[in-house]
Structure formats: structure tokens, C-alpha cells
Design a protein around this ligand. Structure first.
Ligand SMILES: CCCCCCCCCCCCCCCCCCCCCCCCCC(=O)SCCNC(=O)CCNC(=O)[C@H](O)C(C)(C)COP(=O)(O)OP(=O)(O)OC[C@H]1O[C@@H](n2cnc3c(N)ncnc32)[C@H](O)[C@@H]1OP(=O)(O)O
Ligand SMILES: NC(=O)C1=CN([C@@H]2O[C@H](COP(=O)(O)OP(=O)(O)OC[C@H]3O[C@@H](n4cnc5c(N)ncnc54)[C@H](OP(=O)(O)O)[C@@H]3O)[C@@H](O)[C@H]2O)C=CC1
Length: 552
């Protein structure tokens, strides 16, 4: 019962008073009734002080938005922000609050700017470079911590990846352990932290070298030695990102003390499915960059296994699960650190073939503006054909285009762009040629613990996801929110694609004629074939003309 009342959070006192005044029936019945009509999770966050790291990131923004929209009476959200790209922390917050993503929030929570407190912090620094006063406030007031900040770059130097994904996590846990009002600490990891395995359970798998040893060694090893030992340390993982996220989980386990901690492991996080509106996305990570590259006609072929599971998960689904986990961890206080897989493959699988097909089908209807070539990408499954297509469909057109730019007195750039794209694609290939299985017992258990209202408001049931619709909205979202293209430009974009098609036909015909001309100039055999074809056509035409004259 206490847990239940705690779960009612901000409305706790109000509900108690109401019950005392009006009812004489047992409390449990009344609360059961209340459960049916109100969101326990939403009311839990009302009145709370919440600390979010990584709030300026893709997932962090959606997390804040949902919190403000569903729990407008929350006390404050502290966000750890650093200045970036010439913007102060305040300017960055201002920009986020004034973005399209936050339009609905402003209606529900008009004083949102008063409830968000940007704390200057750099997670790469000691004590995060947080001022003494700010630190004091954070330590004494915080109820819930959501740790989303990370470096998600696959090619990050091990030193930097360890600093952010391991050391900063350790420091944040140390901070959290000094928060007297802390109710839950939620750590966002990745489903790919153990991508060296094919079946992944909801447990922490230890890495051979202890995180503490890695953290210590990063302090005295120089970059050259780190570069040399990196492949040995990461072992059969594909990059420093997945390796350091696995170390981060070990740190969480080791430093958990008696805090209520949970770990969430999302798979490939994509655009929003439903909330606050479908298709919202604002960065190039995961599939988004490749969707643009395909839509603009740069990407024509990718080495991928069409039948491999595309374990995409919409960002709003991840956020709903995260908030439900925050509530459950604080209210039910599980004895051990629970791990929640936020994946789609085992409940509602989609494969890369289906996804690629739907991406191209959407571009047929809604093309991107100023494409380099027509969107016409395909999957290849082996390295040799992939290299062939890279040469023919990627590098050759780039070289020809650069030649054209030079001829017209402009600076060549396409070869550089193409090389960068191919490098990026090669880093993602590991993930599109394999399938994984994640067990989801904890996530399913949590779903069954939610009231019908919570299941609706904090929906993380991916079985309800219609992939074709989702992918179409994703592509539209990439066009609208990421590339900021106007839908009014679609007829012009279609016209541009028609021109590109005509140029393509013209180019191919010219290429064929030139090749043929060169061939017949050099080979007697080609000349004989040519004369045979010409005389055959001539005879056929003469016969056709003669027979049609006879009929008349
Ligand atoms: C049958 C028909 C078939 C048809 C077929 C059709 C096929 C066609 C259909 C195609 C779709 C279907 C297939 C999809 C496959 C998807 C696979 C996804 C797998 C993902 C697995 C993820 C698993 C793990 C999940 C996780 O747990 S991890 C989270 C995910 N993590 C990542 O996904 C990081 C990856 N990326 C990097 O690691 C770095 O990106 C790196 C790569 C090193 C590059 O690095 P670099 O070359 O430096 O390039 P960028 O830094 O990206 O920047 C470059 C420039 O863009 C700029 N720019 C960066 N941002 C932004 C931003 N916001 N806004 C604006 N600009 C930005 C930046 O300013 C810079 O501009 P500039 O400075 O040049 O002016
Ligand atoms: N996106 C995905 O596909 C997946 C993501 N995840 C996990 O989800 C979490 C969030 O990812 P996502 O939102 O996509 O990532 P983003 O790259 O969009 O966001 C990363 C956040 O971390 C912050 N950050 C990075 N370095 C520092 C620093 N030195 N000091 C302060 N803040 C810093 C960034 O701040 P700034 O804006 O200043 O750079 C940003 O707010 C991560 O833990 C990631 O591992 C897990 C699975 C898949």
C-alpha cells in the first residue's frame, strides 16, 4: 500500500485528503478505482526534481518533452549542459524550448522555461566543472537521475570514449550516492554493448579487463600506445563505442551501492513513432544519414543482408520505457539492478530488405530536393560485388562530376564527399549483416505491472507498430525536420529527378556509342558483327515494307 501511495507521488496528499473526507470504504478499493483513470507514472514525476545528462541530445530532448507534457507539475528538471558551437548553455536551452518538438509542451506547461535549470557542466572534466553552488543544489534536491550523455561515435579515440562512457558514469554515480533524496538512477546503455554475442540476456556480461584498470591506464598511456592496444581491448566488438558502453554497465553494477538503479538497453533508436508527432528526428545517427544519402542519390549500394533483422526502435518508445522504469525502480525498489532491453526484433521483426524497399518507395512519392542522382539503391551481399559497385556506382560518378566542376571553373568536392560516405557506410555494415536476439522478460514484466492508463500514456509495446507506416513517416521526418525541406518543393524535386533520368539515358547512350565506335575501329570481329546487324535490320525493314505494300 505504501508503495502504491508513493506511486501516486505528487497527488499523494491530495488523494489522501479526498479519501478521508468522502469515503469510509477500504482505501485499496478507492485507489484501485483511481488507478483505472489516472496515470500513476505521470503523477509520480509531479513534484519531483529530475537530473538529466545528455538532455541536448536526440533522446534527451524527447525525454524532457514527454516529462513536461505528461507531468507539468514536476518541480524542476536540471540539465547538465556545455556551451557548444558558439552558443552559451542558456542559448542552447532557449533554442530547444523554441523548437517544433516543444510546441505541445508550451500549451500544457506554459511556464516550462522556469522549470528547466541548465547547469553548466562538461562531463570530460573533473567534477564535471560544476560550480560549488550548483553542485550543492543538485546534491540536495535531486530525486531522479537519467543518465543519457555519451559519445555515440563509433570511431572515437578510446581515451575519449572511456572518459565519457565510463569515467563520467562513475563520477555521476559517486555524485548520486551523495544525494539524500535520490529515489532512482536510470542509466541508458545500448543493446549492442554485448554485440559480440548473438543471444543477449538481461544481465551484465563482464569484460576481461576491469573498468578501473582501463580508467587508470588511460591516465598515463600515450595516444600511440592506446591506438596499439585498442584492437586487443575491444576484442570481437566492432568499435570503441560498444566496448566502452559495456564497461559503463560494469561500472554501474560495481558502484551501485544501495541506490535504486536500472539499466536500459535500446537497440537502433529511430525517429518518433507517435509522440509528440510522427517522424521527428534531428540527427544523422543510425539509419537517418543513410536514408538521406540514398534519397539524394549518393548511396547506390550497401553491403547488407536483406533478411537480417533491422532492430530499430522509435525514440518515443525508448522514452516511454525509460520513464516507466524510473517510476518502477523508485516505487518498487527491486533488490538488484534490473536491465531492460528496448528492442523490436523478437516482438515485431522487420528486416533491412523491407526497410530499404519502403525507404525507396517513399522517395518515389516524396523525393528530396536537388538530388545528385535518382534514388536507386540496392543491397549487395558479398565483398567483391560491393567493391565493384563502389567503383562503378559511387566513385566513378563522383570523379566524372568533379571533372565537370573543374571544367566549369568550380572546386571539385564530390570525390571527397563520396569517400567520406563510403567510410561511414563501412562502419555501419557490421550492424546490417547480423541479427541478434535480446530477451525481454523484464520489459514484459514491467508492461504487465502498468495500469491500462499507463500502458496507454507510456506505451512501449512495439507489437502495435506498423513498420511500413513508421518508415514512411521516418523518411518524411528526415525531409521535414532534419533537412528542413518544404513540402511545396515536391513538384520541382520530381521535375529535377526527370531531368536526371534524361541525363542518365543520354549519358548511357553516348557511352555505348563511343565504346562501340572504338571497338569497331579496332576489331575485325566487331566490324563483322556490326555489318551483320545492319544488313539484318535493312533486310527486315525491306521485307516489312514489301509485305505491307502487297496487302494494300
Ligand atoms: C529490396 C530493395 C532494397 C533497397 C535497398 C535500399 C537501401 C537504401 C535505403 C537506406 C536505408 C536503409 C538502410 C539503413 C541502414 C542503417 C544502418 C544503421 C546501423 C546503425 C547501427 C547502430 C547500432 C548501435 C546503436 C547505438 O547504440 S549507437 C547510436 C548510434 N550511433 C551512431 O549511429 C553513430 C554512427 N556515426 C558515427 O560514428 C560517425 O558519424 C561516423 C560514421 C564515424 C562518421 O563520422 P564523420 O565522418 O566525422 O561524420 P559526422 O560526424 O557524422 O558528420 C558529417 C557531417 O554531418 C554534420 N552533422 C553531424 N551531425 C549532424 C546533425 N545532427 N545535424 C546536422 N549536421 C550534422 C557534421 O557537422 C558534418 O559536417 P561537416 O563538419 O563535414 O560540415
Ligand atoms: N541513438 C541511438 O541509436 C542509440 C543511443 N543509445 C544511447 O542513448 C543515449 C543517448 O543517445 P543519443 O541521444 O542518441 O546521443 P546524442 O549524441 O544525440 O546525445 C549525446 C548527449 O551527450 C552529451 N554529451 C556528450 N559529451 C558531453 C560532455 N563532455 N559534457 C556534457 N554533455 C556531453 C551531448 O551534449 P552536446 O549536445 O553538448 O554534445 C548530448 O546531449 C546514449 O547513452 C547512447 O549510448 C543507445 C542505443 C542506440
Amino acid at each position: 500500500m505504501r508503495a502504491l501511495l508513493k506511486g501516486l507521488g505528487g497527488e499523494k496528499i491530495q488523494v489522501k485528503q479526498q479519501l478521508r473526507l468522502t469515503y469510509k470504504e477500504p482505501l485499496s478499493e478507492a485507489i484501485k478505482d483511481k488507478r483505472k483513470t489516472m496515470s500513476m507514472i505521470a503523477s509520480f514525476y509531479n513534484g519531483k526534481s529530475i537530473l538529466i545528462t545528455g538532455a541536448t541530445g536526440f533522446m534527451g530532448k524527447v525525454l524532457m518533452e514527454k516529462l513536461f507534457r505528461t507531468s507539468p507539475d514536476l518541480k524542476v528538471i536540471y540539465i547538465l549542459v556545455r556551451p557548444k558551437a558558439g552558443q552559451t548553455t542558456q542559448q542552447r536551452v532557449f533554442q530547444i524550448l523554441n523548437s517544433k518538438l516543444f510546441e505541445k509542451v508550451k500549451e500544457v506547461c506554459p511556464n516550462v522555461h522556469e522549470k528547466i535549470r541548465a547547469v553548466y557542466a562538461d562531463l570530460n572534466q573533473n567534477d564535471f566543472a560544476i560550480s560549488k553552488e550548483d553542485m550543492q543544489e543538485l546534491l540536495s534536491c535531486t530525486n531522479i537521475v537519467f543518465h543519457c550523455a555519451a559519445t555515440v561515435r563509433f570511431d572515437d579515440h578510446l581515451r575519449h570514449a572511456v572518459q565519457l562512457n565510463v569515467t563520467a558514469t562513475q563520477q555521476l554515480l559517486l555524485m548520486a550516492s551523495q544525494m539524500p533524496k535520490l529515489e532512482a538512477f536510470i542509466h541508458i546503455s545500448t543493446a549492442f554493448s554485448n554485440c559480440n554475442l548473438t543471444h543477449i540476456d538481461e544481465v551484465i556480461y563482464p569484460c576481461p579487463v576491469e573498468p578501473k584498470q582501463i580508467i587508470d591506464s588511460m591516465e598515463w598511456l600515450d595516444d600511440a600506445i592506446i591506438d596499439e592496444i585498442t584492437p586487443k581491448l575491444i576484442g570481437d566488438r566492432p568499435n570503441t563505442y560498444t566496448y566502452t558502453k559495456a564497461l559503463g554497465e560494469m561500472v554501474v553494477q560495481q558502484e551501485s551501492g544501495n541506490m535504486n538503479i536500472a539499466i536500459i538497453r535500446p537497440s537502433i533508436v529511430g525517429a518518433t513513432w507517435q509522440e509528440p508527432f510522427p517522424g521527428w528526428v534531428d540527427n544523422l545517427n543510425g539509419p537517418s544519414g543513410l536514408i538521406i544519402a540514398a534519397g539524394k542519390g549518393f548511396l547506390r549500394s550497401i553491403r547488407a543482408t536483406p533478411m537480417a533483422v533491422a532492430d530499430l526502435i522509435p525514440v518515443d518508445t525508448v522514452v516511454n520505457l525509460t520513464l516507466a522504469v524510473g517510476w518502477y525502480t523508485a516505487v518498487h525498489r527491486p533488490k538488484s539492478t534490473l536491465i531492460y532491453h528496448c528492442t523490436s526484433g523478437n516482438l515485431n521483426p522487420c528486416n533491412w530488405g523491407k526497410m530499404g524497399f519502403q525507404v525507396l518507395a517513399t522517395f518515389e512519392k516524396v523525393p528530396l530536393e536537388r538530388a545528385f542522382r535518382r534514388p536507386n539503391a540496392d543491397f549487395t551481399t558479398n565483398t567483391i560485388t560491393s567493391q565493384y559497385w563502389n567503383a562503378v556506382s559511387h566513385r566513378a560518378p563522383a570523379i566524372i562530376y568533379d571533372f565537370y566542376l573543374r571544367l566549369t571553373g568550380r572546386k571539385p568536392r564530390m570525390t571527397k564527399v563520396m569517400n567520406r560516405l563510403l567510410r561511414n557506410v563501412s562502419m555501419l555494415e557490421y550492424f546490417v549483416n547480423r541479427s541478434w536476439e535480446w530477451s525481454t522478460h523484464n520489459t514484459e514484466m514491467l508492461m504487465s505491472e502498468l495500469s491500462p492508463e499507463d500502458q496507454r500514456v507510456f506505451n512501449f509495446d512495439v507489437r502495435q507498430l506498423n513498420w511500413l507506416e513508421y518508415i514512411e513517416n521516418y523518411v518524411l521526418g528526415v525531409k521535414k525536420y532534419l533537412l528542413k525541406e518544404d513540402m511545396a518543393g515536391i513538384p520541382e524535386a520530381k521535375q529535377h529527378l526527370k531531368r536526371l533520368r534524361n541525363i542518365h539515358y543520354l549519358f548511357n547512350t553516348a557511352l555505348f556509342l563511343i565504346a562501340w565506335r572504338l571497338l569497331i575501329a579496332r576489331s575485325q570481329m566487331a566490324r563483322n558483327v556490326w555489318f551483320f546487324i545492319v544488313s539484318f535490320c535493312y533486310k527486315f525493314l525491306s521485307y516489312f515494307r514489301a509485305s505491307s505494300t502487297l496487302k494494300v
